[in-house]
Design a protein around this ligand. Structure first.
Ligand SMILES: [Zn+2]
Length: 205
């Protein structure tokens, strides 16, 4: 099954995609994380997309090529963070056939609340002071390192990200609605409830 999971920052789409990977064996492809990794390692791709952490987008030609390479030969995956706008959705149609698109619907005030409580560790582990607290305050469960707040999880940048998300993705949402691939999920519920709802709708025609 070839899936896309969409939703504003803070909709919990990354956590849902991880659950789908672990429970249903779909390969999670988190484009944002993959790109951040390229930046950290200062690869050729990384240098080109350096602007992404400021809330702007990586150039299409770089991201499109990367996605094509990643999904090549795979039949079960869940794309997360791609496509971000209409041109990318159309490009994706040329290289593969998507089965379903899940949209995690989340009100803006909940997004801000969730994101400003997010904490990260250098090892890649992420936490949320509301939903996924570390065992010890501000310390990573895995390696004991001090947790930090990502630059783009501050209220000012969160608002900018929501605005950008809406502008870019409404055409994508409409595109998949027309193709009858779009499934809307209310993501203000708990992680488990949202996952169950996705699972229920996954194999329905
Ligand atoms: Zn850690």
């Amino acid at each position: 099954m070839k899936l896309i999971i969409m939703g504003p920052p803070g909709s919990g789409k990354g956590s849902q995609a991880e659950l789908l990977e672990n429970k249903l064996n779909l390969k999670h492809i988190p484009l944002g994380e993959i790109l951040r990794d390229e930046i950290r390692k200062n690869t050729t791709i990384g240098k080109k997309v350096k602007r992404i952490s400021k809330g702007s987008l990586a150039p299409d030609y770089v991201v499109d090529k990367l996605v094509k390479k990643i999904i090549k030969g795979k039949n079960d995956f869940i794309l997360d963070g791609y496509p971000r706008h209409l041109a990318q959705a159309k490009y994706l149609d040329k290289i593969t056939k998507i089965d379903k698109v899940f949209l995690l619907d989340t009100p803006s005030n909940l997004i801000i609340k969730r994101l400003s409580n997010r904490r990260a560790c250098k090892c890649g582990e992420t936490y949320n002071l509301l939903t996924k607290k570390p065992k010890k305050d501000s310390i990573c469960d895995k390696d004991g390192e001090k947790l930090y707040q990502r630059d783009d999880d501050t209220p000012k940048i969160i608002k900018k990200r929501i605005k950008l998300y809406k502008k870019q993705t409404i055409p994508v949402i409409n595109y998949y609605k027309k193709k009858k691939l779009l499934i809307k999920i209310d993501s203000s519920k708990s992680l488990k409830q949202v996952f169950n709802e996705i699972k229920n709708k996954l194999y329905k025609r």
